[in-house]
Design a protein around this ligand. Sequence first.
Ligand code: NPG
Length: 358
Amino acid sequence: MIEGIELLLVRLPLVRPFRTSFGTETEKEAVLVRVLGDGPDGWGECVAGPDPGYSEEFNAEAWVTLRDHLVPDLLSGNVSLVRGHRMAKAALEMALIDRDLKGRGVSLREHLGSQRREVPVGVSIGIPAGGVAELVDRVGEHLAEGYRRIKLKIEPGFDLEAVRAVRHEYPDILLSVDANAAYTPADTSPIEALDGFGLLMIEQPLSHEDLWEHARLQARLRTPLCLDESIRSAADAAAALEMGACRIINIKQGRVGGLTEAVRTHGVCLRRGVPAWCGGMLETGLGRAANLALASLPGFTLPGDISASARYFPEDLTEPFVLRPGGMMAVPSGPGLGVEPLSERLEAMTVESLLIRP
Ligand code: NPG
C-alpha cells in the first residue's frame, strides 16, 4: 500500500560552476520523489534543472506536474493522460521501481538483467572561465584520475582552438565534444572544421528538436554525430538512425521518460549494432545509481558521463561514488537503486517539501 508520496526540492553546492552553451550552473537543484508506505521508501530523482535551457522541462514545472497531475493520478488509480513532461514522469517511475525492488530484495542491475558489475566512465568538462589553457590543465587532471573518455563542452567561439589544443597535448585519448544545440544549419563550418581531429563523436551540434538537418550534416562528416536532446524516445532513436541523423546515441533515462523507455531505446541501438552510452545531468548519488545500473546493459558500449561524486559535489546526497582503478565505477548491488539519501545531508539540502496523501 502506498500511503503517500513526498516531493522534495534539494540544492547541493557544486565543486565548481558547470558552464555549457546554454548556461552556467553553480549549484545542483533537483526535485526528489519519495514513495512511502509499508516496507522501504522508494526514491527517484528528476534530472531537470532550474531553467528550461537544456529542454523545455525545469524544476518548478516538474514540481507542479508531479503535484497536480502525475502523483494524484497514481494515487487515485486513474490512467494518466499527461503528454510530455518526461523528466517528471521518469522521477516518479524511478521511485516506484526503487520501492518495488527494495521490497523484493532485488537490485536494479539484476532487475534490468545485466551481468556487468562495473562500467567504464568518462568525464564531461564545462567551458572553463580560464579558457583553453585551463581546459588543457583540467583534461590532464581528469586523465590522471583515470577517466576513460574526455568530453569537452563547446560553443561558437570556443570550439576549434580548444579541440586543437587538447589534441595537441593528448593525441591518442578518447575525446568527444558536445555543443548542446549551439550551432545552426546556416553555418556548420565550425563543426566541419572539427572533422579532422579523430574525435570519437560530435554531440548534438544542431537544434534540440532536429533530426533532418543532423542527417544532412552527418552525410558531410567522417566523425560520427551523437544525438542527445533530439532523442526523446525509443521511436525517436529508431527514426534518427533510419534517416542517418547520427551514428551514436546518448541515452538518459530522464530525457526519454524513465528507465523503462531507456531500456527500450537501448534495445533499438543494440539490435542495430549502434554504439550507445549513458548521459549524465549532474545527478546526485540517487540518479547516478540509476545511471550506473542502466549503463551496465550490454548495448552501452562507450564510457558514460558518470563520474565520481567528488567531481560534482563537496558532499553528495548519498555515500560518495568513487572511481576505481582503470576508470571504472561499481554498479550498486544493493536492493533497488542500492543507495539511500543520508538523512542529515537530506535535511540540510532540502529547501521545500510536500507530502501528498491519497
Ligand atoms: O557528468 O553528469 C555529468 C554531466 C554530463 O555534460 C554533461 N551533461 O548536456 O549532457 C549534457 C550535460 C548536462 C548537464 C545537461 C546538466 C543538462 C544539465
